[in-house]
Design a binder for this molecule. Structure first.
Ligand SMILES: Nc1ncnc2c1ncn2[C@@H]1O[C@H](COP(=O)(O)OP(=O)(O)OP(=O)(O)O)[C@@H](O)[C@H]1O
Length: 476
């Protein structure tokens, strides 16, 4: 397929861009090759680690090979509440083109996911319906809109008919990959990438049926360069709207593109979250929408044993951790630190003690991070040391022990209860027992711990890591 080569070519550029990403770090080598900070704020930057939602989203895509379990109900708000609500339990019921059904099965999908059950009939309805859909990452949104786009293409018409916006170059490539896989048995269907670096000759018109790209380049291709005739677009998809609006300028560019499309163009918007800002944006770009929401699986602290260990300083925390090591490595454990520096130090110290640990750090490229998580998921390492920010939003399901080497705090130094719940709450899932150990080394961190206890109205027991009987007790 023609798009295969295209993808390969873009993949090469992707590597170069990933390297660029590293250059943006606020550290540089001095004349002797040692790493020095470039400005006074860099210590702070290191501590806070800028949250990069796009990188986190990409990481989740790279490490995920399955649907995320979700037994919560799907909420559907129809534009026309009087029309019957269709939901499908099989892909056959959707009456897809045979080559698409073949593609779906070749991907190993046996039946639609929860969100797909309701979203697909709405998206494939005649006349096409607009849709705003929200569900957590990994619930099958991408596969759903890719199928909708592929279903609506008329291959005989050699011009773009579906337009899909992604927040970043890398995310666009990932979605492109799903289009390629699902369209594997539909060779006449062609895909073009509207991403920076993909240069076309002036005056050229694109003949591919689906265009996937980032807002800036797509806007240029539709307006300034006129590679695409926006008036011929039948399906417009805005993916990862929550990540999109976190990037400066993307929101305005997306709205400008949307304004160029014909009135009867089907508009589809997807997001993992629905904060107010996302919702406002969604309403601007999707007129008269149907709305589908799938709630996140509730995390609870009910089946988790929570402890704290009282120490005087970092070295004592390390010693306590070593005492606990045998008990925690019965299962898989994640250890959270506040800064990259502490995480690197801790991983190095644990290695010196002869323990095999993995380090996941924000300064690694996304591909490297994905490889580390993959090894951990395969059980090649039983302990993963990371920072709260770096691991935010990453779903590793089999972890049953969480150690907060540093307690989670927000930018202002207040307890970050949400992160605490998300980290710890995942350990006791599916009826499994979980274990959480919090390291406390100052009055301040004791105060944070007390506030966390108050917030969840749950007592966190003290643990003496010199007492072998007690350690034995928590491990079993
Ligand atoms: N019906 C299905 N049956 C089995 N696996 C599926 C099905 N739909 C999607 N998947 C797989 O589940 C994983 C998550 O799906 P997908 O990427 O579509 O989720 P998503 O909600 O778009 O996630 P994100 O928000 O991270 O983009 C992928 O590996 C995908 O191949």
């Amino acid at each position: 397929m023609h798009m295969e080569n295209e993808f390969q070519r873009i993949k090469c550029t992707q590597r170069k861009l990933s390297n660029l990403h590293l250059k943006e770090e606020k550290i540089k080598p001095d004349a002797n090759g040692a790493v020095v900070k470039t400005n006074a704020n860099s210590e702070k930057a290191d501590e806070e680690e800028k949250e990069d939602r796009a990188a986190q989203s990409l990481l989740n895509k790279l490490i995920r090979s399955n649907l995320v379990d979700n037994t919560n109900q799907v909420e559907v708000l129809q534009r026309d509440p009087s029309s019957p609500l269709y939901s499908v339990k099989s892909f056959e019921e959707l009456r897809l083109k045979p080559q698409l059904l073949q593609g779906v099965y070749a991907m190993g999908f046996n039946r639609p996911s929860k969100i797909q059950e309701n979203a697909l009939p709405l998206m494939l309805a005649e006349p096409p319906q607009n849709l705003i859909a929200q569900s957590q990452s990994g619930t099958g949104k991408t596969a759903a809109f890719v199928l909708a786009m592929l279903s609506q293409v008329e291959p005989a018409n050699r011009y773009p008919q579906c337009l899909c916006l992604s927040p970043t170059y890398e995310l666009a490539l990932q979605t492109g990959k799903v289009i390629e896989q699902m369209g594997k048995f539909y060779p006449e269907l062609k895909l073009a990438y509207a991403v920076r670096g993909n240069k076309l000759e002036r005056g050229q018109k694109i003949s591919e049926h689906i265009v996937i790209g980032t807002p800036g380049t797509v806007l240029d291709w539709c307006s300034k360069l006129k590679f695409i005739d926006p008036k011929k677009i039948k399906v417009f998809v805005l993916d990862e709207a929550d990540v999109m609006i976190a990037t400066q300028g993307h929101q305005d560019q997306s709205i400008r593109i949307q304004r160029m499309l014909p009135r009867n163009c089907q508009m589809l918007l997807f997001s993992a979250t629905f904060e107010d800002s996302v919702w406002k944006f969604a309403q601007k770009v999707v007129p008269d929408p149907n709305i589908i929401k799938l709630k996140r699986e509730e995390e609870t602290l009910d089946t988790i044993k929570q402890y704290y260990v009282l120490c005087n300083n970092r070295d004592e925390k390390f010693q306590a951790l070593c005492n606990l090591y045998g008990a925690i490595t019965i299962a898989q454990a994640m250890i959270f630190c506040h800064t990259r520096k502490t995480a690197s130090w801790l991983a190095a110290e644990l290695s010196k003690e002869g323990h095999q640990v993995a380090l996941l750090s924000g300064e690694m490229m996304v591909e490297q991070r994905a490889a580390v998580i993959e090894r951990f998921r395969e059980g090649k390492e039983k302990v993963l040391v990371t920072t709260n920010v770096c691991a935010r939003g990453i779903d590793v399901e089999q972890v049953s022990v969480v150690i907060n080497f540093d307690l989670p705090v927000d930018k202002d130094g207040n307890p970050d209860n949400e992160t605490y719940l998300h980290r710890i709450g995942r350990t006791g899932r599916f009826g499994k027992r979980g274990l959480a150990v919090n390291m406390v080394d100052s009055k301040h961190s004791m105060n944070i711990l007390n506030r966390i206890q108050e917030h969840f109205n749950k007592k966190i027991e003290r643990l003496d890591t010199d007492d072998l009987d007690e350690i034995e007790k928590i491990a079993n």
